[in-house]
Design a protein around this ligand. Structure first.
Ligand code: FE
Ligand code: FE
Ligand code: FE
Length: 197
């Protein structure tokens, strides 16, 4: 379905399209989360990702129920936004070699995902209410609440420890490379017959 193509003619169509968009997104997220669990080296963060994987599977079930209530077959429609966010997350993660910095990168990537989901569910709840689908609105609001809580939790972990640990690692590396640099300078001076001060 193309953007603003003639396939979407009404709010009903737009609502269904967006529901299919988040259905696809949730499946992609469920596929990516095990990798995030594996990459996280902080126990609390690992646990947080595992918990959100379980929640995500529950969210997909709620979406199945929402489609059923609307008498529609549950199906997804390609969401280039979530594919882009997840591609970017993988790309960044593959470029970070320090474990602490990687934890910070994983949180940032996960929060980008949560924020995408929050915008989608926020819109979907409003449209479901507008269209009189109150039971569907309730299911979508439950998913929205979980995404918001996850975002808040990730924010807490980042601010409380992960960001500081990542910075501490950076400072340690800087001291180490400074020392290494000084030792190399002394060797070069010695080789040139110049006494080190
Ligand atoms: Fe989700
Ligand atoms: Fe999308
Ligand atoms: Fe989520």
């Amino acid at each position: 379905m193309g953007w603003f193509s003639s396939d979407i003619r009404s709010v009903d169509d737009l609502f269904l399209h967006t529901l299919q968009d988040i259905y696809y997104a949730e499946h992609q997220i469920a596929k990516s989360l095990p990798d995030m669990v594996a990459k996280a080296s902080d126990a609390e963060l690992k646990k947080g990702f595992s918990m959100h994987l379980r929640q995500t599977k529950g969210q997909i079930k709620r979406l199945d129920r929402a489609f059923k209530a609307l008498k529609r077959k549950p199906e997804g429609t390609k969401c280039p936004a979530i594919d882009g966010i997840l591609d970017e997350a993988n790309e960044i993660a593959s470029e970070v070699d320090d474990k602490m910095v990687l934890n910070a990168a994983l949180i940032a990537a996960a929060q980008a995902v949560e924020h995408y989901e929050m915008t989608r569910y926020g819109t979907l709840v409003a449209w479901a209410k507008l269209l009189g689908h109150s039971s569907v609105a309730k299911l979508l609001a439950m998913n929205l609440k979980e995404e918001k809580a996850t975002d808040k939790k990730l924010n807490g972990i980042a601010l409380r420890k992960i960001n500081k640990k990542a910075l501490a690692r950076q400072k340690k590396q800087a001291t180490r490379s400074h020392r290494r640099g000084s030792a190399q300078d002394a060797m070069m001076l010695a080789a040139a017959g110049i006494p080190a001060i």
